[in-house]
Design a protein around this ligand. Structure first.
Ligand SMILES: *[C@@H]1O[C@H](CO)[C@@H](O)[C@H](O)[C@H]1NC(C)=O
Ligand SMILES: *[C@@H]1O[C@H](CO)[C@@H](O)[C@H](O)[C@H]1NC(C)=O
Ligand SMILES: *[C@@H]1O[C@H](CO)[C@@H](O)[C@H](O)[C@H]1NC(C)=O
Ligand SMILES: *[C@@H]1O[C@H](CO)[C@@H](O)[C@H](O)[C@H]1NC(C)=O
Ligand SMILES: *[C@@H]1O[C@H](CO)[C@@H](O)[C@H](O)[C@H]1NC(C)=O
Length: 713
């Protein structure tokens, strides 16, 4: 059986659509054959097309007693394991058949074969009597022809190997008459052939020999001691010399079968009668029936069973109580009538592994797979023993007849553990008897997992954003993949699909926890260097073969105000610069344009200009453009060591800024060449300064390097 289970997963993985069944192979052996004797080779049976594909992979299916018969896996050779004693396994039944279910699986073809192995009888038992001496009393006045039943000899063999004849040793007075009972058993009566005379011979010792019909014939013998009794007027006489009764097999203990009646016209003790079994009645009958010695009523003392024995034949004697008792014999035949008293039996032989009563079947099992063999039986006979078997539970399984009372549970569709894990099937076997009996058996099939599902991410693309200047190890996001399989087949591990980013491995930027799917930064990310990280994460299960899925993660890095504005013009030296300023510069004279940059983005990089220190209140700065201009004409006497501090702020939160100190060096005149441009001021400017027209004069012959802007109010 273990062997079979190991082989079965392979079996079920095979192509089951070519399942064939219902093949019965008949073989016979004689009992007592030597261990190792080959019974048959199944692959040579005509059911196999041996020229085409030699059948192989034979396995015994049923929980058959394999200590009796062995099957060779390669070719189905059946051989005897140990001596088979027909009398031991089949007792007296005439047909002794061992039924073996064998499966053969080769080249995608599964065959279920029912091997019927008939064990034939050999004459290995000799007739014998239960006691070596048989005592018989006979009255000296018994008439010629008086019959006295003799003990039946026993031979365990059947048919012609059982007792066929009796013989008695030669003598002057007695002969025997051999007869056959309804059940085929031979018995014999001692028959008085010549009148007796006790005074001349009061005892006889005869040898009774029982012979079987075997070849050679075996025999057994007993001594019959006949005692001739003194004269006794009348022998008891039974009303009938033979009585036949029927009894239902479910008759209770104490049931009255019959009242026997014998009469003896003698007076006193000579006429009083005692009933009893004849001395040769078997112990089995003595246990099953009781005779009331006084009344002669026969009652049931035990349970009869039609399925065990259908007929009982025995002799009852009536004996008077004289000192030389005489007996009369009545032949009783009891027919047992079948009652539907046995519910059908269901035997389930799974083809799959079974644990704690639950059959396991892999979800790769194809449609039309053979899952279990169901054998039904009913000990009753006729319709009482005919069984109908039905399967309830789920349309994914059906019952198919294999042969006779054997059925197969077969799948009707492929299975999917992720949809249905467990099937509770119910087998109902019902006989066709008058009040039919049924047996119900539950059969639970659990579908075991195969790695047939890859992990699935909860999102196809994960889009997340992180603030730059994060700390190393900062949490980014968690990816989750689910796998509907079970156990290792559903155990997911995550990994980063490596790629290069700015010449470095992606793993130096982010890392994923293989178990939790938590994605963290490995280093601080700088928006000013990377705006977005695109990566792939793979989720793989631990099944065999391993299945995996990938997902994309887009990490947007969000700018933080981590860069302060930097003044790019004029060039600063340690936050300090000098600018030439003509002493006679007019009002609104454009002194310079301060420009700055900020490496951040958006508001974080939007700059505005201001003057933070201007003791003379001489200057104005355009908040947007950074244009620095004179608010009025200078008064040369007042201005000495003229310097201001300007600042550039960004609009980040919090805002960052930088300062520059501008020192003005006063010159006597306007520069030799000045470009004057007319430009439209921005709306903001107009509001701030209320300037509507700007004249820009371009003076020819100027230096190209220096550009001056003159704003005219
Ligand atoms: C056996 O094989 C032969 C040739 O391959 C084929 O013609 C025949 O039909 C087969 N018989 C059975 C019973 O499969
Ligand atoms: C199998 O057969 C052997 C020999 O006849 C016997 O001893 C043994 O009890 C049997 N086992 C079962 C499970 O019937
Ligand atoms: C024969 O008779 C004797 C007494 O006469 C008695 O003890 C014995 O049991 C009887 N045997 C049989 C078989 O009836
Ligand atoms: C099958 O039967 C068992 C026991 O009665 C029960 O626990 C289980 O839930 C049933 N399964 C299904 C799928 O009905
Ligand atoms: C950037 O991070 C560092 C260290 O975590 C911190 O000292 C600094 O203030 C941060 N800068 C900004 C602009 O958040």
């Amino acid at each position: 059986m273990l062997n079979l289970l190991r082989f079965l997963p392979v079996l079920l993985l095979g192509v089951m659509s070519s399942l064939s069944f219902g093949e019965i192979a008949h073989y016979y052996i004689y009992e007592e054959e030597a261990p190792g004797t080959v019974i048959a080779v199944l692959s040579e049976h005509s059911m196999f097309n041996s020229t085409d594909r030699p059948a192989s992979n034979f396995h015994l299916m049923k929980q058959f007693n394999s200590s009796l018969v062995h099957i060779q896996e390669s070719d189905g050779q059946l051989s005897i394991v140990e001596r088979i004693d027909r009398e031991h396994i089949c007792k007296q039944s005439l047909n002794c058949i061992l039924a073996l279910d064998v499966v053969s699986f080769s080249k995608g073809q599964l065959k279920l074969i029912n091997v019927k192995l008939e064990v034939r009888d050999i004459n290995d038992n000799r007739p014998h009597f239960t006691s070596s001496e048989i005592h018989v009393n006979i009255s000296e006045n018994s008439p010629v022809g008086t019959r006295i039943p003799l003990q039946i000899a026993i031979d365990e063999d059947i048919g012609t190997n059982s007792i066929m004849n009796y013989e008695i040793s030669a003598n002057s007075q007695f002969s025997i008459d051999v007869q056959t009972r309804a059940d085929g058993v031979k018995y014999t009566d001692l028959v008085l052939m010549k009148e007796l005379d006790r005074e001349s011979q009061s005892a006889y010792s005869l040898e009774l020999v029982a012979m079987d019909g075997g070849s050679p014939s075996l025999s057994g013998s007993a001594v019959v001691n006949v005692r001739v009794l003194d004269f006794n007027d009348n022998s008891p006489v039974f009303e009938k010399s033979a009585v036949t009764v029927d009894i239902m097999e479910d008759a209770p203990v104490g049931y009255l079968l019959m009242d026997l009646n014998a009469a003896d016209p003698d007076e006193g003790a000579n006429g009083e009668i005692i009933y009893s079994f004849s001395p040769q009645v078997s112990p089995e009958v003595c246990q099953l029936f009781n005779i009331n010695p006084k009344s002669g009523s026969v009652i049931l003392a035990g349970k009869v069973d039609y399925e065990t024995k259908q007929t009982y034949e025995f002799d009852v004697q009536a004996q008077d109580l004289s000192s030389n008792p005489l007996t009369a014999t009545c032949k009783i035949t009891v027919h047992v009538i079948d009652v539907n008293d046995n519910a059908p039996a269901i035997t389930i032989t799974p083809l799959t592994s079974v644990n704690k009563g639950i059959a396991y079947i892999t979800e790769t099992t194809a449609k039309d797979s053979f899952v279990a063999l169901i054998s039904t039986s009913d000990r009753d006979s006729g319709p009482n023993g005919q069984v109908q078997c039905t399967l309830y539970g789920h349309q994914h399984f059906k019952l198919q007849q294999a042969y006779e009372d054997s059925f197969m549970i077969v799948t009707t569709s492929p299975l999917d553990r992720e949809r249905i894990v467990e099937y509770n099937l119910t087998l109902v076997a019902e006989d066709l008897g008058f009040s039919s009996l049924k047996t119900i058996k539950q059969y639970t099939i659990r579908v075991s997992d195969e790695n047939d599902n890859a992990p699935v991410f909860t999102k196809q693309i994960y889009e997340v954003s992180v603030l730059e200047n994060n700390s190393a190890g900062a949490y980014i996001t968690t990816v989750i993949a689910k796998d509907p399989d079970f156990g290792l087949n559903a155990k997911i591990s995550y990994r980063l699909v490596d790629a290069k980013l700015m010449g470095q491995s992606l793993t130096t930027f982010v890392a994923i926890n293989p178990e939790s799917g938590v994605l963290r930064a490995v280093r601080s990310l700088d928006y000013e260097k990377i705006k977005q990280l695109d990566l792939e994460v793979e989720a793989a299960d631990n099944g065999v073969p391993q299945l995996s899925t990938r997902t994309q993660i887009k990490i947007k890095i969000i700018d933080e105000n981590d860069n302060a504005p930097v003044i790019t013009f004029p060039l600063l030296d340690n936050g300090f610069t000098e600018i030439m300023l003509p002493i006679n510069a007019p009002q609104n004279y454009l002194v310079s344009q301060i420009t700055g940059v900020d490496n951040d983005e958006g508001l974080n990089a939007q700059l505005f200009y201001s003057i933070v220190q201007d003791t003379q209140r001489l200057f104005a700065i355009n908040r947007v453009t950074g244009e620095l201009s004179l608010t009025r004409k200078m008064d040369a006497l007042q201005v000495k060591d003229l310097s201001i501090v300007v600042a550039i702020h960004d609009r980040g939160r919090p805002s960052l800024h930088c300062n520059a100190t501008i020192k003005f060096t006063l010159t006597d005149s306007l520069p030799s060449s000045v470009e004057i441009v007319i430009m439209q001021s921005s709306a903001e400017e107009q509001q701030q300064k209320d300037l509507s027209i700007i004249f820009i004069a371009v003076l020819s012959g100027g230096c190209l390097v220096c550009r001056y802007w003159i704003l005219v109010g």
